[in-house]
Design a protein around this ligand. Structure first.
Ligand SMILES: Nc1nc2c(c(=O)[nH]1)N[C@H]1C(S)=C(S)[C@@H](COP(=O)(O)OP(=O)(O)OC[C@H]3O[C@@H](n4cnc5c(=O)[nH]c(N)nc54)[C@H](O)[C@@H]3O)O[C@H]1N2
Ligand SMILES: Nc1nc2c(c(=O)[nH]1)N[C@H]1C(S)=C(S)[C@@H](COP(=O)(O)OP(=O)(O)OC[C@H]3O[C@@H](n4cnc5c(=O)[nH]c(N)nc54)[C@H](O)[C@@H]3O)O[C@H]1N2
Ligand code: SF4
Ligand SMILES: [Mo]
Length: 725
């Protein structure tokens, strides 16, 4: 795989440039697979194996392998674009003109309508440094509370449930390498064979070691095919399923009373709630037969240690927080948490899905996973920022609520690292809200569907052209290094924020150098739940670059010495959490008494089928990046509607024929993919495409009351035969 990007002079080693391999990481998902980049033939870059990196041991999926294709100037933005007042079209402009125009609009709107009229929207793919700088920019330069990010659509329910039960949210509280050594894994709503292919190895090794795998998914996915037991619930019913399992655990006397007594609180309420969910009743709600429920309980409890791992299936629901809470209750009642090789974990999604949720681009958050409402947190961060704590705004709206407010009291939006025209729920409405803004500025590497609507588009550098840290799904902080030079016309996101801040009267405080930003982030995070203060670039460059797990406090705060530098014994980092106690005030994990409730929209005579949505192997998210890579596009060229032969026959729809899927929000048309691997009451659409086949034209924006996660995984639809336009 070659591109026209030129290899950069390696910044860190004295190895001759011709043979230099830069150890770095994939731009896409939260596994953050290690890879090497080297000069290829013809002046491009080539991906080489980096077998020493423990997470993927050299293995890459097709997206990672082909990532350099996007460095080519053929498919990307290489100059700023501004919307011409004369023609209404986006035309090339200088950086000065583009930044002046954004800063001018931000000033005007702030003056006319107040700071909260300026919205900011970030992304979980941004590095820690960018996420940190974006949050600081919103709070300090704009003074707005109106900032949130696409991570809200991703793992926010698991994060909220983890906080509630354990007092801390880190996707996995243990490294992936623990998975093959446990006895049983229940994998709920994760299709990791397609979404994190190199991680499938951990499940294969689990089974080779005699462990068992249970997969919960309405579809028999490539992942479910690996399972010893596949439970296929009706979408949106995982909460009932987990409660039914807990009911059986109690009924069959398989609770761990000593653990409950010593390490938890609130059991009585959770127990009573579960006892109201009789297995037969749960079978009626979920469609999972009682004998399968019993098998699952037996496999989970017979093993000496076991884990529950959730992903977007159970989380992207309007009851996602309670649903994850129910799975956590199951772990706690059986003593499967806070002990070696046992526990609950969430498989976070985006490249920096973990770090991106820790450093302040979230509406209610300050760096270090601190709360914006906590006076001590405000004081600490305000001091690092050199501002008055009272000048910091309060919490703002969540992602969908912010998008929904555009054109109302929010007049401008600065967007970095997301493509909501494709990926937001009820996307036609969101698109209309974006169009109604006074002013939209988008920083992106390509002209995404959202960038197409912008008044100013800023072309930014990509993963391989810039250095930064990312935190993978295990909480492992990694250094993603620059390996090639960027084309002349592009600048980094940090450079963009620096340029805007300077124009808005903040000439200092927004450095362009990521290492300087990280140094400040370290201090801002010190003492917070996600404490990075003991981590430095120097330390991350050491050894094979296997990274450091947070929390990692600075062992010599105030010494001015760089952790990992001479004379300081570094904190080792924390690969495994909760073994000594949970992160709550009393050290006990909290049961939450959750009960099942219906989805926001259930089926009825008019909309008799359930729609669920998700991903395919070769495309990533809104597809803005992967739809521009030829090899990936040939593997997954377009949208489709997966449906069961019985459902298809009833409607007279043959495989490959165009089918219209209609919900109360809109209509989408795509070819039918008829397969018996899906429940006959459910259809599935991947969400990677814009236009006619856009799955999010259909999805329901009902929000979880705690996490504010939209209900991407369930809504009611009807199907019609359609001629494709
Ligand atoms: N190829 C690829 N890989 C990716 C991404 C990508 O876009 N493409 N994105 C990355 C990101 S950001 C994320 S968040 C992760 C997501 O990773 P996953 O969570 O694995 O991905 P999804 O396909 O969204 O959902 C997983 C499964 O949930 C099932 N499901 C649907 N409804 C329900 C339900 O009600 N209950 C249960 N139990 N299951 C249900 C779907 O059938 C699907 O197989 O992937 C990351 N990796
Ligand atoms: N129906 C349905 N909808 C979903 C989901 C689902 O399962 N079903 N999943 C949801 C989930 S989990 C997620 S995470 C979201 C993701 O959806 P989006 O937020 O749209 O994610 P991406 O497509 O990754 O968008 C990232 C954008 O930023 C650009 N970009 C990449 N790197 C950088 C960078 O460093 N700087 C800047 N400035 N730009 C960059 C990319 O080119 C791309 O245009 O979708 C959500 N939407
Ligand atoms: S699994 Fe994720 S991190 Fe690994 S190569 Fe594929 S997209 Fe990249
Ligand atoms: Mo995600």
């Amino acid at each position: 795989m070659h591109s026209t990007a030129t290899p950069a002079t390696p910044a860190t080693t004295a190895t001759p440039a011709a043979t230099a391999v830069t150890a770095t990481h994939c731009p896409y998902c939260a596994l953050q697979c290690g890879m090497g980049l080297t000069a290829g033939t013809g002046g491009g870059v080539e991906v080489v194996e980096r077998a020493s990196f423990p997470v993927n041991r050299g293995a890459l999926c097709g997206k990672g392998r082909t990532a350099p294709a996007l460095l080519s100037s053929r498919v990307r933005l290489t100059e700023p674009l501004v919307r011409s007042h004369a023609t209404g079209k986006l035309v090339p402009a200088s950086w000065e003109e583009a930044l002046d125009r954004i800063a001018g609009e931000l000033s005007r709107v702030r003056e006319e309508h107040g700071a909260d009229a300026c919205g900011v929207f970030g992304g979980g793919g941004l590095t820690n440094e960018k996420a940190y700088a974006l949050g600081k920019f919103a709070r300090v330069v704009l003074g707005t509370s109106q900032i949130d990010y696409n991570g809200r659509f991703c793992m926010s329910s698991a994060a909220a449930a983890g906080q509630r039960a354990f007092g801390l949210d880190r996707g996995l509280p243990f490294p992936l390498e623990d998975i093959p050594r446990t006895g049983c894994v229940i994998l709920v709503g994760s299709n990791l064979a397609e979404t994190m292919p190199p991680a499938l190895r951990y499940l294969t090794e689990l089974r080779e070691n005699g462990g068992t795998l249970i997969v919960v998914d309405p579809r028999r996915t490539r992942t479910a095919e690996q399972a010893d037991l596949h439970l296929a619930p009706r979408p949106g019913t995982d909460l009932a399923l987990a409660l039914g399992l807990l009911h059986l655990v109690v009924a069959e006397g398989r609770t761990d009373e000593a653990f409950i007594e010593e390490r938890t609180s609130g059991w009585e309420g959770a127990r009573a709630a579960a006892m109201a969910h009789w297995p037969e009743h749960v079978e009626r709600i979920t469609g999972v037969p009682v004998p399968q429920l019993r098998d699952a309980v037996r496999m989970f409890c017979d093993a000496e240690a076991s884990m529950v791992l959730t992903a977007r299936g159970p989380e992207q629901q309007s009851k996602g927080t309670d649903t994850v809470g129910a799975w956590i209750n199951l772990c706690l009642a059986t003593g499967r948490a806070g002990r070696p090789l046992s526990g609950y974990g969430c498989l976070t999604g985006q490249g920096n899905g973990q770090g991106g949720r820790e450093h302040g681009q979230k509406a209610d958050q300050l760096p270090g996973y601190r709360k914006l409402t906590d006076p001590a947190a405000r004081a600490h961060v305000a001091e690092v920022w050199g501002v008055d704590p009272d000048s910091l705004p309060g919490p703002g709206r969540s992602a969908y609520e912010l998008l929904d407010a555009l054109g109302g009291d929010v007049k401008t939006l600065l967007l970095m690292g997301s493509n909501p025209v494709v990926s937001a729920p009820r996307a036609a409405h969101v698109e209309e809200r974006l169009r109604s803004l006074d002013f939209l500025a988008v920083a992106d590497v390509v002209l995404s569907e959202t960038a197409e609507l912008a008044d100013v588009v800023l072309p930014v550098t990509q993963w391989a052209e810039e250095t930064g840290t990312v935190t993978n799904l295990e909480g492992r902080v990694l250094l993603r290094r620059r390996a090639v030079s960027a084309p002349g016309g592009v600048r980094s996101d940090l450079d963009v924020l620096h340029g805007l801040a300077a124009r808005l009267g903040h000439g200092k405080g927004f450095p362009v150098d990521p290492e300087q930003v990280f140094e400040e982030l370290r201090r801002a995070s010190a003492g917070g739940p996600a404490d990075y203060s003991g981590i430095s670039y120097e330390r991350l460059r050491e050894g094979d670059g296997e990274g450091v797990f947070w929390p990692c406090p600075d062992p010599a705060p105030g010494s001015g010495q760089v952790p990992g530098g001479a004379g300081v014994v570094p904190h080792p980092g924390t690969p495994r959490l909760f073994l000594e106690g949970f992160a709550t005030e009393d050290g006990r994990a909290r049961f939450v008494p959750v009960v099942h409730r219906a989805a926001a929209e259930e089926t009825d005579a008019e909309y008799p089928v359930l729609l669920t949505t998700g991903r395919v192997l070769a495309q990533y998210q809104s597809g803005a990046q992967t739809r521009r890579v030829d090899e990936l596009n040939s593997a997954a060229p377009g949208p489709f509607v997966e449906l069961h032969p019985r459902l298809a026959a009833g409607l007279g729809i043959a495989d490959g024929e165009a089918v219209a899927v209609v919900s109360r929000r809109g209509r989408a048309v795509a070819p039918a993919r008829v397969t018996s691997s899906i429940r006959s009451d459910t259809v599935f659409m991947p969400f990677h495409w814009p236009g006619e086949g856009r799955a999010n034209s259909l999805t329901h924006p009902a929000l979880d009351p705690v996490s504010r996660m939209p209900e991407f995984k369930v809504c009611a639809v009807r199907l019609e035969r359609a001629e494709r336009s």
